[in-house]
Design a protein around this ligand. Sequence first.
Ligand SMILES: Nc1nc2c(c(=O)[nH]1)N[C@H]1C(S)=C(S)[C@@H](COP(=O)(O)OP(=O)(O)OC[C@H]3O[C@@H](n4cnc5c(=O)[nH]c(N)nc54)[C@H](O)[C@@H]3O)O[C@H]1N2
Ligand SMILES: Nc1nc2c(c(=O)[nH]1)N[C@H]1C(S)=C(S)[C@@H](COP(=O)(O)OP(=O)(O)OC[C@H]3O[C@@H](n4cnc5c(=O)[nH]c(N)nc54)[C@H](O)[C@@H]3O)O[C@H]1N2
Ligand code: SF4
Ligand SMILES: [Mo]
Length: 732
Amino acid sequence: MAEQKLTFCRICENQCGLKLTVEGERIVHVEPDTEHVASRGFACNKGLTLENVRASPDRVTTPLKKVDGRFEPIGWPQALDEIGARLRAIRARHGDDSVGLYFGNPISFSLLMPMLITGFAQGLNTAKVFTTGSLDCNNKFLVGKHMYGSPMALTFPDVDATRFLLIIGGNPAISKMSFINLPDPVRRLEAVVQRGGRVVHLNPRRTETAKAVGEQVFIRPDTDVFFLLAFLREIITRDGIRHDVVDAHMNGFDAVAALVAPWTPEKQAEVTGVPADTLRELVGAYLAADGAALYGSTGINQGSNGSTAFWLLEVINAVTGNLDRRGGALMGQGIVDYAKATANADAKVFHSRIGNTPSFLGALPTALLADEILVPGPDQVRAMFVISGNPLLSGTNSARMEQAFGALELRVSIDLVRNETAELADYILPGTHFTERPDLPFSFFTFSGLMPEPWIQYTGRMVAPPGAARDESWILARLARACGTPLFGSRLLQAVLDAGELARRLPFVGPRLKALPDRVLDLILRVAKLGGTRGLRKFPHGKRLPHNGGNNYLGQRVITASGKVELAPAALLALAAARLPRSHEQALRTRDEVRLITRRERYTHNSWAHNDAAFVKGRRHTNYLYMHPDDAARLGIADGAPARVESAAGALEVPVALSADLMPGAVALPHGWGHQAATGLSVASKTRGVNANLLAADGPDAIEPLSGMAQFNGIAVRISAVAAATATRAAS
Ligand SMILES: Nc1nc2c(c(=O)[nH]1)N[C@H]1C(S)=C(S)[C@@H](COP(=O)(O)OP(=O)(O)OC[C@H]3O[C@@H](n4cnc5c(=O)[nH]c(N)nc54)[C@H](O)[C@@H]3O)O[C@H]1N2
Ligand SMILES: Nc1nc2c(c(=O)[nH]1)N[C@H]1C(S)=C(S)[C@@H](COP(=O)(O)OP(=O)(O)OC[C@H]3O[C@@H](n4cnc5c(=O)[nH]c(N)nc54)[C@H](O)[C@@H]3O)O[C@H]1N2
Ligand code: SF4
Ligand SMILES: [Mo]
């Protein structure tokens, strides 16, 4: 019998409310939850087609072991015993740091799993932890740490009240936005314009969002930092600084003012391509607006100066009085003061043996992963756990990453499917789809504040996991025991968990005991005085909590040692001094050369959307190199013809799609493709797309030094037409 169940999506920050029709253990229909307190009937194509991923015939439903190059199903006891024995041997021979862990993106949208994965890494006592933070947003955490006293002290634009919003390197219509919980972002941006405000997009590409709402300003890839330097200088020139606010609540203004002093609008125009008058006009409008904000996303994060650019952006919002006011940038707060609780999350810094690169937030840059495995030495990584990630496609320098994974002694992937990284594994352990786990919206707690309209909701498990697939908390607790590396390094906690698991197997009593995730979620909700999971079940569409404010941060919740916002942290000043002159000289020298940027599309989600036939049908069976017709004409490449793209890291061939949406000199290539070798992905392996990250450089010189961020935007490339004979060979 069909049953309707309410839950929320966990593919991106929006966590849209969904109404599922469930028959037995199948989800037969998914629709937006029109009564959801936050998403109010909004959901996107990815959430609505979740069953195609969840119930894919390619789901791994039993542990798999590679025997003579082929995967064979085995039982959990054998998988855990064998992995445990092999891992113990590797640790005994080579030490704790010979075991690495890569923690991918999707599972971080669950509340408990990231904590448990951290606990698993702590048990392993390894410094070789890698996350997607160094691929998408560590620069933001770094700026939070230095300016606001905690890596998790993060601001968000008050889109629903702003009169002027400058979106730098984001594409809400497609990505649905990052670092903010803002379901239906395009409608909410349209509302800005409808109430007489402005939305401006600073982007090398006229995006789907820019076409729907607002104005386009083109900027040369990876030059935003110069635009922002000049933007702040122009504000100072016009006396747009709120000195009363700065004097009362901020330190270091003079030092940033000195940093930006040389950067005239004309000087930035030489490298950014943004005319000086355009910048001046934007500054005028920003200052005149009754509530204005700059918002930056991966377009700047993944450039070569992401930390400096994001820092300047935050300084601009702060010194103009737009921080902590309605319509500006808000510093959110949750039920728990997560920023305060995590203020010391980066206190323990260690260094990679590769380039003596510092860790950030307990992890090393993913762009060093291949080196950590391949470069011989005492702490060489010899075993890897990959949890909910696909570094072979999503990380830097894919050819080298593949070589590195090939060189390991032990590879274990916990995933839903045999992705490209899992394809190389010795063991694949079947985890759960998010609909198969109970949860709370992660961002309510962890990003406490990135919810303009905070809400909370408890969701139970909607359907049972297929076959022998197991909740990741179960897998990690079992693995920790098998490897003799107790979770969080606590033998006591591990013993309690093991006892709980044993108790659940008892007759009569066992079935009544809650599984671990439910017990912990219940406890969290009790501590937060939200009445446990039972209390929240009374709010099936989510429970709305008070608005996140404005006028409640400065002078009240600033957690830096000085109690003030630090506008000029020494680390960021030093980073700017070390990098800006060279970056500027390079940008100037190469301003007529072509730069590669990334692009997300409606039917992609990093590397894991292409195994859905509907998502890759027709023209969507491959990625394209998007290029302005003038560039194509100059290079002698016709629409649809293959081009060869070379960077310092590697080369590939890909068909060109002409697009006047790109500015000349910028080409865009979507990532997450290149599935041909993943035979476990029956649909994706037949797609033709190429892996963009063959072109992304790795190693200590390729990253932004403080945050460890990889560079995916502004990559220097050489593009050439592929001779007809070669092209035919490549296509056959
Ligand atoms: N459909 C879809 N949605 C997704 C994802 C996906 O893969 N597919 N991924 C999810 C994830 S993990 C994340 S982190 C978020 C990211 O969310 P967003 O940050 O909004 O991601 P993008 O849509 O890639 O937007 C980045 C924009 O930056 C622009 N850009 C590139 N280089 C530069 C530059 O040098 N300067 C400026 N100013 N702009 C530049 C690009 O043209 C692009 O429009 O999206 C999430 N949502
Ligand atoms: N060139 C270029 N490269 C990029 C980017 C870019 O813009 N350009 N963007 C970067 C960004 S923003 C990100 S976040 C990274 C993403 O990098 P990754 O997280 O490494 O890659 P994904 O493609 O998201 O891989 C997700 C895997 O998790 C699995 N999975 C999904 N849900 C679950 C679950 O609940 N449990 C388990 N166990 N597994 C699950 C999927 O099956 C899939 O195989 O890629 C980065 N790489
Ligand atoms: S916008 Fe994000 S959370 Fe909402 S349905 Fe789409 S993928 Fe899921
Ligand atoms: Mo991301």
